[in-house]
Ligand binder design. Structure first.
Ligand code: PA5
Length: 448
């Protein structure tokens, strides 16, 4: 495989025998996925997205991205959950850390800011001030087209856009990514003539990063969408065998399942690059929303190293032993630098002279793996050869394939999210949404 999955450091906790024992279940899960007989099969079209993607669609995305780049300094991407995290993690992964702060000529695309992923008035106000008098466009993303958080943000930023450019020009700066047939956003886009992109029916929110949901924002930000899809396609081809010995995505899923049965019920996705913080946020939704059902599932959490070694590190080393760790490690950084040489050794770092900063980072990674394994934390590592589009496409598909199998190993439907509705019902009732009258009375009484 193009990425390296290293499970050497779970050997102390999971034996090859145990993996052999679970192989028949993995084979059944694989069959269910392949012949579309498993729970939620109607939402498995992401399986073939990389190979099925139409050149026409990519061209449409590139043309829209070019228009955005030519008439705007800023793109406001409005969405939440699966309509937000994929684009956010991909843009962070593929661009310089301070991308939005760079001068225009140092950036390969527009500045991207996200909105509609909270209901914070301070956030909206701060973003409006940050846009200032810069030219901007909006990409509003919602599969259902009815989600409250993005709908609120869209109202605010649409009004801002219309005030700045007038209704007609504003409509040319709004890009709607939504269902192809229904929903409030779909209907509005049709009426107002917004340029529209379709989220396929058979692809759920958290599996949608390789559709226009992720592709338009990241292309506008300057990413090479062809390379991203090529990487995903290679991954699609590489993780097809049911046999775990030939399929690292399945091996990862099986190890997680065995660890869970042994009481390791929380997984930490750790990184060693600040630009990969949101990779974990995207992964947390993918894993948590797919597995966390019927009072089961591994709790997905994350850590950013070495930052969190100075906060969570104590707990990970010596706290309750229900944790295991999966580390995403970049093998060679896109840019490295030497540690400055000094004529004195007042800071005690003389012994590091001659090393690059990334060599030190890598030694820290190796040391932390040893320490955590010694402390009783099973450890897996995913090594990335590069931090580019191809690698990211490959990694996205690896995790998607792994969680599908993992969900079936937990005997849940990995492709629905019924639990997401509970908070909405309570919120709508408290806000007095028509149709919720009975619930309004019930919840108000409880709050009193
Ligand atoms: O995975 C999911 O389905 C959710 O996280 C959704 O992506 C999220 O609620 C946003 O929904 P929508 O795209 O319909 O606005």
């Amino acid at each position: 495989a193009y990425i390296t999955f290293d499970s050497e450091n779970v050997n102390k906790f999971v034996s090859e025998n145990e993996l052999d024992e679970i192989q028949p279940l993995v084979t059944v899960a694989d069959q269910q996925l392949k012949d579309r007989s498993g729970a939620g099969f109607e939402f498995t079209d992401w399986l073939t997205l990389p190979a099925d993607v139409h050149q026409n669609e990519l061209t449409h995305i590139k043309q829209a991205a070019e228009k955005i780049q030519s008439d705007s300094d800023v793109l406001i991407v409005i969405g939440i959950g699966g309509s937000y995290l994929g684009a956010k993690m991909a843009i962070d992964f593929l661009n310089p850390v301070f991308n939005n702060e760079l001068a225009n000529q140092q950036r390969s695309g527009v500045k991207v800011y996200f909105a509609g992923n909270s209901i914070s008035s301070a956030y909206i106000n701060d973003l409006i001030r940050t846009i200032g008098d810069q030219d901007f466009s909006i990409n509003v993303i919602s599969k259902s087209g009815t989600t409250t958080e993005p709908a609120i943000a869209f109202r605010v930023f649409k009004e801002l856009l219309e005030k700045k450019y007038g209704k007609e020009e504003a409509a040319k700066r709004i890009y709607a990514t939504t269902d192809g047939k229904k929903g409030a956003l779909h209907d509005e886009a049709q009426k107002a003539g917004y340029e529209s992109f379709v989220i396929p029916d058979g692809v759920g929110g958290r599996f949608s990063v390789l559709t226009p949901v992720g592709l338009l924002p990241l292309t506008a930000a300057g990413a090479n969408v062809d390379a991203l899809m090529e990487g995903a396609k290679a991954s699609q081809g590489d993780f097809t065998e049911a046999d775990m010995k030939k399929n690292a995505a399945y091996r990862y899923a099986a190890i997680r399942r065995i660890l869970y049965d042994k009481g390791y019920t929380s997984e930490i996705l750790a990184n060693w690059e600040p630009s990969m913080q949101y990779l974990a946020e995207w992964w947390k939704q993918l894993m948590g929303e797919s597995e966390g059902k019927n009072q089961k599932g591994i709790f997905p959490s994350s850590a950013n190293y070495s930052t969190d070694l100075h906060s969570l590190g104590q707990y990970i080393q010596e706290g309750r032993r229900d944790l295991f760790e999966t580390v995403v490690k970049l093998d060679s950084p896109m840019v490295d630098m030497d540690l400055p040489k000094l004529s004195d050794n007042n800071d005690g770092l003389g012994y590091l002279e001659g090393k690059t900063i990334d060599e030190i980072n890598t030694k820290a990674f190796q040391g932390v793996v040893l320490a955590h394994v010694d402390g009783g934390v099973p450890n897996m590592a995913i090594h990335l050869p590069k931090q580019d589009e191809y690698t990211l496409g490959y990694l996205i598909y690896f995790f998607e394939k792994a969680v599908a199998i993992s969900g079936y190993l937990f005997a849940v439907n990995p492709f629905n999210q019924p639990g997401v509705e509970a908070y909405k019902t309570a919120m709508f009732a408290l806000l007095g949404k028509p149709g919720y009258e009975e619930k309004t009375k019930e919840y108000q009484a409880r709050l009193r």
